[in-house]
Design a protein around this ligand. Sequence first.
Ligand SMILES: N[C@@H](CCC(=O)N[C@@H](CS)C(=O)NCC(=O)O)C(=O)O
Length: 81
Amino acid sequence: MANTDNLELYYRNFCGFSRKVLDYMEEHGITMTMHCLQTEEGAEQRLVELGGKAQVPCLIIDGKALYESDDIIAYLAENVA
Ligand SMILES: N[C@@H](CCC(=O)N[C@@H](CS)C(=O)NCC(=O)O)C(=O)O
């Protein structure tokens, strides 16, 4: 398992696209810093500052935003587990 200290995931509850990424992480035992837009104050604004839009899921890799659940899962499969 690769180190995930450089990764953060922004997500929403009840979002099927977020769920897909969260399921992949659970299945592969991947953990990282998580930010829920509904429960964490300021998370949505930070996501917009980082990536330019409030769309979730969004994986932050070394401070850079990667949107699209399929692309996030492909990144995790290639680089983490
Ligand atoms: N194609 C995207 C769709 C993501 C998407 O539609 N997310 C919704 C929540 S389930 C969202 O963030 N909508 C608000 C927005 O786009 O600003 C993916 O697969 O990640």
